[in-house]
Design a binder for this molecule. Structure first.
Ligand code: SAM
Length: 325
């Protein structure tokens, strides 16, 4: 099930986060279902975490190559959106970011759960300033924290935050709002929710003033003979791919403000040119169109697949505890 994220009062958000029923005793199905997504570690977060760790390790050895350098965070001010278990933030703090701010939806149980735990457990001794902050995408002018931090983050991470198309514009608004001049946004998505929804996001991002600097697909399972990543060109659609094959791939893009300081989106013909350059077709299909043409499941997982995937996933706390001293 893919939830929608209606805005709600701050008081109600806190109540939900605390697990309290609403005044009339009812339970909101959307908020309940959201909890399913917040406390697992998704493959996109692993892609970011691995990239940051590799960049830091190679830099320490003086072996940093131009490609891996895209993940360098030393001295950067990092913001993670929809962080869930916040593994990328943990690694960024370990990799000498100047400051890391971990955010999730105000009603996400991760804020007082996995995020809080992982900061206390893993970052007690780091010199990086690490904070967590409730943030609902697109809620900006009315949020004093958002107002105070506008344009201050040099790296923004959004891993697996693209499931809900109606939230794409809000997500891009948030990215634009917090991005510092010269800053970069890492957009990383597993394709388990379908390619079409990711393509939709890129279109929305470009229409709203973000420029895709680089983009590729990465195999989440296989490695090359020398242990490196298996990559290929990003394609918004791959004929006959099938759900199994599609899910083993992820998409990674690095974006920046296309016109820093200019709030209005660029003109339509320029958008199209940029999309074509990066092989992002203007999305003329809705994700749900895949029902008719593709795997018969609308690009999203069936309940059985979701259950199986959940079984295969490792809560971050367990993963980090296994290595904790
Ligand atoms: C699929 S999880 C990804 C978690 C983590 N980034 C990862 O890759 O493991 C999506 C996250 O986005 C958050 N989220 C969903 N809608 C949101 C919204 N409108 N505003 C802020 N966060 C939201 C959820 O609470 C959840 O933590």
């Amino acid at each position: 099930m893919v939830p929608s994220y209606p805005s709600q009062s701050e008081r109600r958000s806190k109540e939900i986060a605390a697990g309290l029923p609403s005044e009339d005793g009812s339970v909101n199905a959307v908020d309940e279902s959201r909890k399913l997504f917040a406390h697992f570690l998704w493959s996109a977060a692993m892609v970011v975490a691995e990239g940051v760790e590799k960049a830091d390790t190679l830099a320490a050895r003086g072996e940093l190559d131009a490609d891996t350098a895209m993940w360098t965070v030393r001295g950067e001010r990092v913001l993670e959106l929809g962080a869930g278990a916040a593994l990328p933030s943990v690694i960024c703090a370990r990799a000498h970011a100047a400051a890391v701010t971990i955010t999730d939806h105000p009603s996400s149980p991760a804020l007082t759960g996995a995020i809080d735990f992982n900061i206390r457990r893993n970052l007690a001794t780091t010199e990086t300033k690490v904070t967590s902050q409730p943030h609902e995408w697109g809620t900006l002018e009315s949020d004093p924290w958002a107002v105070a931090h506008r344009g201050t983050f040099t790296r923004i991470i959004a891993a697996d935050c693209y499931w809900v198309r109606s939230q794409h514009e809000n997500l891009v608004r948030t990215m634009n709002w917090f991005l510092a001049p010269g800053g970069r946004v890492w957009v990383v998505a597993g394709f388990h929710t379908g390619r079409a929804i990711v393509a939709w996001f890129f279109e929305t991002a470009v229409q709203n003033g973000l420029e895709i600097e680089r983009i590729h697909e990465r195999d989440l399972i296989a490695t090359s003979e020398d242990g490196g990543e298996v990559r290929r060109e990003w394609m918004p659609e791959r004929e006959g791919e099938g759900p199994e094959n599609r899910r083993r791939w992820s998409g990674t893009a690095r974006t920046r403000a296309s016109h820093p300081g200019r709030p209005s989106p660029p003109k339509r013909h320029r958008i199209k040119r940029r999309l074509v350059q990066h092989n992002v077709e203007p999305a003329c299909r809705k994700p749900e169109d895949e029902v008719k043409e593709g795997d018969g499941k609308g690009g999203y997982m069936t309940d059985e697949e979701e259950e199986q995937l959940s079984k295969d996933m490792v809560p971050l706390a367990d993963l980090l505890n296994a290595n904790a001293d």
